[in-house]
Structures are given as C-alpha cells and as structure tokens.
Design a protein around this ligand. Structure first.
Ligand SMILES: Nc1nc2c(ncn2[C@@H]2O[C@H](COP(=O)(O)OP(=O)(O)OP(=O)(O)O)[C@@H](O)[C@H]2O)c(=O)[nH]1
Ligand SMILES: [Mg+2]
Length: 319
C-alpha cells in the first residue's frame, strides 16, 4: 500500500497522525495532495462555520465557547484559525493556543492555524483543502476563524456554509460596518462584548446599516453576546441551529461542488475550462452532477482537464 493510501485511510478512521500529515501535505500543495483530496472530497460530512471580524473582536474567545457547546452536544469539532498576515502555517499560533488551550487535551477537538504560505490557491484554497480533510475525518462543525474584513477574509468566509460576522463596540464604525458589502458577509451578525459600554449604540448602528442592504439579499439576524461572560450564547447557538436546519445537506454539497470546481479550474490556470469541460464531460452541469453523485471529485476533474489541455498543446506543437 502506498503512503498516500495509508494517509487517506488513516484520515477516514480519524487517526490524529494521519490527519496532521494530510493537513501538512495539502497546506504545502504537495504533489500527493490532489490524490488525497480527490479521495476525501465525497467523504465530507457536516458543515463549516466561519467566524470573521476585525482584530481583537473576540473571535477566538467565541470559538472556544463554541467548541465547548458543540462538545457538550457530542460533536467532534475542527478549528482552522486563518491569519492572512502571518507567514506561519501548521500547529497553532501562540495566542490561539492560549485561548483554546482548555481543549488541547481533548482528542475530539482538532485545532490548526494557517498562514499565507505555499498553496497555489492562496489562503482560501489552503483553508478549503484543510477543511475538506477535517470534515472527511468526521469533525463537524469545522470552525474557520479569519481575522479582518478585507478581500482575503471575504473569500474565506465564502467557503463556510454559515458565517458569523463578529463586531464590537468602539473599534471604529468605519472599519466595521461602513466598508461596502461587509454586512453581507455574515449570515448572523454577532455583537460581541455586550458587557461593554457602547453596545446599544453599535446595535442601532448595525441595524440602521442593514436597511441599506441591496434588496433581495437575506438580512442577517443580529445577536448580542458576551463571549467572556457567556451572555447571549444560547441565543446565538439557536440562531445557528435554525440556519443549519434550513440548509439541506444536498444544498451544502451542491454549493461546495460548484464552488470547489470553479476554484480548482482557476488554480490550474485552465483558461479554456468551459470548452474542456464540454469536450471531456459534456459540459459543466454534467460535471457538477458527477461530483454530486460522488463519482468524481473537483480535484479529479481539474487533473483530467489539465492533462487534456497538455495533450492538445503537445499535439499542436508537434505539427
Ligand atoms: N469585555 C469583553 N472582552 C472580551 C469579550 N470577548 C473577548 N474579549 C477579550 O478581547 C480580547 C481579544 O479576544 P480574542 O478572542 O483574542 O479576539 P480575536 O478576535 O480572536 O483576536 P484576533 O484573532 O487577534 O483578531 C481578549 O482580551 C478577550 O479576553 C467580551 O465579550 N467582553
Ligand atoms: Mg483570534
């Protein structure tokens, strides 16, 4: 048996060593990673929960609370802490390790930090692939914490099935809400540090801003919490559960199939991807159906199209 096959089997059996190995391979974009992800893609289960917001908003504190809550409901929980400003990858960043250390000895909690290095698909590609590994290993939800409210974070937030946008009093309304479109990131807007002054003001401000959301978009629910005291956490938990219940597993899988296929084609630099999809699979829709049926993964399709493109170029070159 090849080492890759061992890793894949280990991940599916929930072996911590195999999961850590698989994560390192996919984060670094190793040549074996496409094979690993190909086999794991259809084994993903459960859902991903994104937690994003400005620096210091209390995201890690909230993540730690969420871990406790999900563990008490007997879920295994994966955590990916994404820091676009850090070149480091693997292991856990010091701050996160401290804030989440109460979970460090729990074998059903897997925490991984991600920096900006190495992956062809950038940070969001690396996060997507790491999330695939954790999800296939049986962790649900996979919590994805991202710092900031810029483009990189929007992309990461877009990966998650449900995203919490965490805002706090006093960080400057311009940073938090005035940025065009920032409110649209969140399925739920979490107003954290409700134990602090300024929370009422923040809530009125956020609610007023939501009035300006483009028509047709679903308005996010606004929930007040204090990640430190625990106030409001049960309301947040209920709001998340309502959203999870409203999405079907098939909706989640089909959204993920479409998005992952798009991303992979882009990462492989396949500029004529529509034409190639037509030639190889009778078009994009048919390819997406194969993914949904569990017959092919987006990774396998990317590889196949790349090979086809290479053959076409060789053929032209040899004329
Ligand atoms: N008063 C108060 N402080 C809080 C609350 N939640 C978090 N904090 C504090 O805010 C600080 C930052 O919390 P973190 O959880 O590290 O925030 P973060 O958003 O993960 O920070 P980065 O990952 O660095 O962006 C810590 O000192 C927390 O103790 C809260 O509800 N109330
Ligand atoms: Mg943090």
């Amino acid at each position: 048996m090849t080492p890759t096959a061992d890793i894949i089997r280990g991940v599916c059996e929930g072996s911590i060593r195999a999961i850590a190995r698989a994560l390192s391979l996919v984060e670094n974009g190793s040549p074996d990673s496409a094979d690993i992800l190909d086999k794991l893609f259809s084994r993903q289960q459960g859902f991903t929960l994104g937690i994003t917001g400005p620096p210091g908003a209390g995201k890690s504190t909230l993540v730690s609370r969420m871990i406790t809550r999900y563990r008490s409901a007997d879920n295994s929980v994966g955590v990916i802490a994404v820091d676009p400003s850090s070149p480091f990858t693997g292991g856990a960043l010091l701050g996160d390790r401290i804030r989440m250390q109460s979970h460090a000895t729990d074998s059903r909690v897997f925490i991984r930090s991600m920096g900006s290095r190495g992956h062809l698909g950038g940070l969001s590609g690396a996060t997507r692939d790491a999330s695939c590994v954790l999800s296939a290993a049986g962790y649900s939800p996979v919590l994805i914490e991202t710092v900031g409210v810029g483009q990189a974070e929007v992309e990461v937030a877009d990966l998650a099935d449900i995203t919490l946008l965490v805002l706090v009093p006093g960080l400057g309304d311009d940073v938090q809400s005035m940025k065009a479109g920032i409110m649209e990131i969140g399925d739920i807007i979490v107003l954290n540090k409700a134990d602090r002054n300024g929370i009422d003001q923040l809530e009125s401000y956020v609610k007023a801003s939501l009035e300006f959301m483009p028509p047709g978009l679903k308005k996010p629910e606004v929930v007040r919490i204090s990640a430190v005291t625990g106030e409001g956490l049960e309301d947040l938990w209920n709001a998340i559960n309502r959203l999870v219940a409203a999405q079907s597993g098939i909706d989640r899988r089909s959204r993920s199939a479409v998005k992952t296929l798009n991303d992979i084609l882009q990462e492989n630099g396949l500029i004529f991807s529509e034409k190639l999809l037509e030639l190889e699979y009778n078009g994009r829709e048919a390819a997406e159906e194969l993914i949904l049926a569990g017959q092919l993964s987006p990774y396998a399709i990317g590889k196949k199209l790349l090979e086809r493109a290479e053959r076409m170029f060789e053929h032209n070159g040899s004329k």
